[in-house]
Structures are given as C-alpha cells and as structure tokens.
Write a protein that binds this ligand. Structure first.
Ligand code: TYM
Length: 326
C-alpha cells in the first residue's frame, strides 16, 4: 500500500499542520511505502517571494526530518523536481469540469482572500493535487479535514479516467483522524488555524520561540463560563483541550479529570508547558540539520519518485492515445 501527502512551502508551519498531518505520517511510515512532498507548484498559486519560497521549501524538508520522518524509510522530494506532476495535471485537467472545480471550498476561500489574483492555477489547484496523488498509485492520503473535498475530487477523477481509458489508477482514500483533524485559530475558534492568517496570534508556529508561544497561549480567546470540558458549545476551550490532549497522549476523560478544579489561567499554563515540551526538542533537531544533508535527501527522494512517476506516465500516455516517442 502506498501513502502520499504534501505540504505547501508557504507561511509558517503550525501545530495544526503537525497534528492534522505530520503526526499521522509518523505512524504510517512504519507500515507503508510513504511519499511526502513539498508542493511548491501549488504554493505559487498565490504570490510568493522567490527567495522566501526557496528558503521555505528547505525549511519544510527540515521540519519533516526534525519531526521524525525517516528518509531511510520514506521518499521526501520537492514537487517541481518531477516534471510528471504538471504533465499529468494537464491530462487530468481535460476530464475535470469547471462546475466541479467551482464547488471547491478552498478555491472559494482563497479567491476571497486574494481577490486581485484569482488565477488559472488557483482554479486548477485540485487537478494538480490529483496528479500528485494518482501519479504514485496512492491508496492512502493522510491529511487534515480541510483537504477531504480535494481527495474525493481526486478519487472521482481517477474513476472517470479508468472508465474512459481502462484501469490505470488506484482509487485513493483520505485518511483523516477524528481528533485534531481541524485545529482552530487561537484568535478565532470558529475558523481553522491557518498558515496564511493575518495575525500571528492565530497559530502556534512549529518554529515559534518559547516567548511567542507563551504570549500566544496567554492571549488565546476563551469561552464564557469557567468549566474546562470538551463541550461543543465551548469551541475555544474545546480547541485548546484538543491540542493539550493530543500532545500529552491522554484521553479526553483523563484531561477533563486533570483540569476539573482548575481555572483558565492554570490550564493555559499547563498547555504552554506541554506545547514547549513538544516544540523544544523538535526545534533543537531542526537547527542542527545541515542544508547539505537536506539537499542529498531531496535528491535521493527525487530519484526514487522519478522511477514511479515515469512508469505511471508511460501508461497514461499510451491509454490516452499519444504516439510513444522513439
Ligand atoms: P497545506 O500546506 O495547506 O496543509 C498541510 C496539511 O496540514 C493540514 N492542516 C490542518 N490540519 C488540522 N488543522 C488545521 N488547522 C490544519 N491546517 C492545515 C492539511 O489538511 C494538510 O494535510 N493541498 C494541500 C497540499 C497538497 C497535498 C497534495 C496534500 C498538495 N498536494 C497531495 C495531499 C496530497 C494543502 O493545502 O496543504
């Protein structure tokens, strides 16, 4: 079974990206053939500074490694190193309809955020994502809840292709853990924590300093009342408790029991402690990783990914009726 997932090298990676995606990858890498990419083609669908994009791509690779993704077990590569992603996206684009793409929530949200740059790439973003996944004959796509619609779209596109041209692609499924699949913003618990949030108070960055983490948690919005419980009508506390519960490897019951006599201030102190206990060793590893080491891992990853991508593309071109080159 093959697993594929990716992260955009834009903005600051946050605890939502870790809990919703990377943490689950850590478990999967011991059981399946995993491929984790850095989706720089996707990143440029919104304006990027070229130098920062380069730095962020390297940074994401280092975060994968510092979080415990093992390059001996998995393939880590940069999306733009494999030409087949855009090649397959073009072909799949001829099967994706405008009405399907118009329904994509992420497109609607991003078009709202970047009103002056609603470009073709942003519109066809899910087609490129489908190409990422289908190119590697992926069965499992571990992601956060916000990506569910894109994975369903990918599965539909694969079925459509198979029906038209014969069995070619494996039909992928999203793997979305119930707990932590949608970590909410600390400044607004009704909207998901986001890398592109305007205020840094929205997210806990994986590379934030201890001071920043302390400040962000102390300023995090809370609900009315004082009870510290996983209650749907207390979205702010629910969200903070979820982060606490996942990082401390405890059950909801254990966490509620622990804080049953605490107030919000006590709880926030404990949350800060647990977040720092998680981030400090990750950051220590991150800052020790040399650029050279990362380049080698990415080169090796691209070599391995290339082999699989080429094989799929050869099949796809035959199926759609392209003359094979000499
Ligand atoms: P990106 O970079 O926006 O998000 C990376 C991963 O983090 C998850 N995530 C969250 N999980 C929980 N709570 C949150 N607040 C939160 N915010 C983000 C996302 O669901 C994702 O798993 N389109 C993808 C990148 C991509 C991709 C792919 C993913 C490109 N090609 C192929 C899977 C397969 C994205 O927007 O990533």
């Amino acid at each position: 079974m093959r697993v594929f997932s990716a992260i955009l090298p834009s903005g600051n990676l946050h605890i939502g990206n870790y809990i919703g995606a990377i943490k689950n990858w850590l478990e999967l890498q011991n059981q399946y053939q995993c491929i984790f990419s850095i989706a720089n083609y996707h990143a440029i669908t919104v304006k990027q500074d070229p130098e920062i994009l380069r730095q962020k791509s390297l940074e994401i690779a280092k975060i994968y490694l510092a979080a415990g993704i093992d390059p001996k077990k998995v393939i880590i590569f940069i999306q733009s190193h494999i030409n087949e992603h855009t090649e397959l996206a073009w072909i799949l684009g001829t099967l994706a309809t405008i009405s399907e793409l118009k329904r994509m929530t992420q497109f609607k949200e991003k078009s709202e955020q970047h009103k002056k740059n609603v470009n073709l790439g942003l519109f066809s973003y899910p087609v490129l994502q489908a190409a990422d996944i289908l190119l590697y004959q992926t069965e499992i796509v571990p992601v956060g809840e916000d990506q569910k619609q894109h994975i369903e779209f990918t599965a539909d596109l694969a079925k459509k292709f198979n029906k038209l041209f014969g069995e070619t692609f494996i039909i992928p499924k999203a793997l979305i853990k119930e707990e932590g699949c949608r970590i909410m913003g600390l400044d607004n618990p009704l909207k998901k924590m986001s890398k592109s949030a305007k205020s840094p108070l929205n997210y806990l960055g994986l590379l934030d300093t201890s001071e920043e983490i302390r400040k962000k948690i102390s300023k995090a919005v809370t609900d009315s009342g004082a009870e510290i419980k996983f209650s749907k009508d207390k979205p702010a506390i629910f969200n903070l408790l979820t982060i606490y519960q996942i990082l401390s490897f405890q059950s909801k019951k254990e966490v509620e029991e622990k804080f049953k006599n605490s107030n919000y201030a006590d709880f926030k102190k404990e949350l800060t402690k647990i977040v720092l206990e998680f981030l400090e060793p990750l950051q220590e590893r991150f800052y020790k990783i040399k650029d050279k080491e990362v380049y080698e891992i990415l080169q090796d990853g691209a070599n391995k990914a290339q082999g699989i991508a080429r094989e799929t593309m050869k099949k796809v071109k035959e199926r759609v009726g392209f003359l094979t080159s000499l």
